[in-house]
Design a protein around this ligand. Structure first.
Ligand SMILES: *Cc1c(COP(=O)(O)O)cnc(C)c1O
Length: 261
């Protein structure tokens, strides 16, 4: 008599029945979370008198596995973001066939630019001249064009870099020109994270309004740099009301991250 193994395996996927059930449950959870986030974005667009198509959802998948990224792709997500190269590189490689656009949104050391240039379509955290030249070299070597957003630290002192990355507002134009002049890079726009310190702390709408003004000034000199990346799980409505074109949402889609970030 032949006996069945404890878990029969599907020939097609190699996944056990139990793990298929877990995947199905996770897919349902992600679908429900995505639907809630979509409702929030649509509501904010309506309140702002903006078309829903003016805002792109980028799902921040940091700390979550490549399996989740694949499920998200299956649910129609096209844009994903990561903030650490050590984690993003392998994940992007594991999902290379999913047709996703990869955004790098974390503080970036120059010694990681070669790796990042291998998979990132856009880097939202460009905040210093040295990073521009390192990214440019890496892009040329990889024979890829990388879209760059200038990260603005709205709470940074003039001439300095913010604690969580970002250039002070008065440094944006010089950096934007450096990106424009660099081979392999394309200037796409500006990005910010709502400040935790200074007069804008706890006032995301005021912060995102400032970013919007910076974007207007930037576009006067660089009309193609239309991206405004702002808003996360807790403040995406404020960002949409202030004119964000891209919101970066992690925990509201994937769940609360255990420890760290
Ligand atoms: C983690 C992260 C996000 C998403 O944050 P949530 O609060 O999980 O939505 C957005 N932007 C950056 C730069 C991040 O590091």
């Amino acid at each position: 008599m032949s006996s069945e193994p404890p878990e029969s395996h599907s020939a097609a996927s190699g996944h056990s029945v139990a793990s298929q059930a877990a995947q199905e449950a996770r897919r349902a959870e992600l679908a429900a979370n995505l639907a809630r986030v979509e409702e929030r974005i649509a509501g904010a667009c309506f309140a702002a008198g903006r078309k829903r198509e003016e805002v792109t959802l980028i799902v921040v998948t940091k700390t979550y596995p490549a399996d989740d990224v694949r499920l998200l792709a299956g649910l129609g997500v096209r844009d994903v973001a990561e903030n650490r190269d050590q984690e993003a590189g392998p994940k992007a490689a594991a999902c290379a066939d999913a047709g996703l656009t990869w955004h790098f949104v974390g503080q970036l050391q120059t010694n990681k630019t070669r790796s990042v240039a291998g998979y990132a379509d856009r880097v939202h955290s460009v905040d210093r001249a040295r990073l521009v030249s390192a990214l440019s070299n890496a892009a040329v070597r990889a024979e890829r064009e990388i879209g760059c957003l200038i990260q603005v630290a709205l709470d940074a002192e003039s001439g300095s870099v913010g604690e969580r990355g970002g250039v002070a507002p008065d440094g944006v134009m010089d950096l934007a020109q450096a990106v424009t002049d660099a081979q392999g890079l394309r200037l796409d726009g500006v990005m910010t994270v709502a400040p935790l310190t200074g007069p804008l702390a706890g006032r995301p709408r005021a912060a995102f309004d400032q970013l919007s003004e910076i974007s207007t000034a930037l576009r006067a000199a660089h009309p193609a740099a239309t991206m405004v990346s702002a808003g996360m799980s807790s403040d995406l409505e404020e960002a949409v009301l202030a004119g964000a074109t891209h919101v970066r949402v992690g925990s509201a889609v994937l769940g609360d991250r255990p420890r760290l970030r």
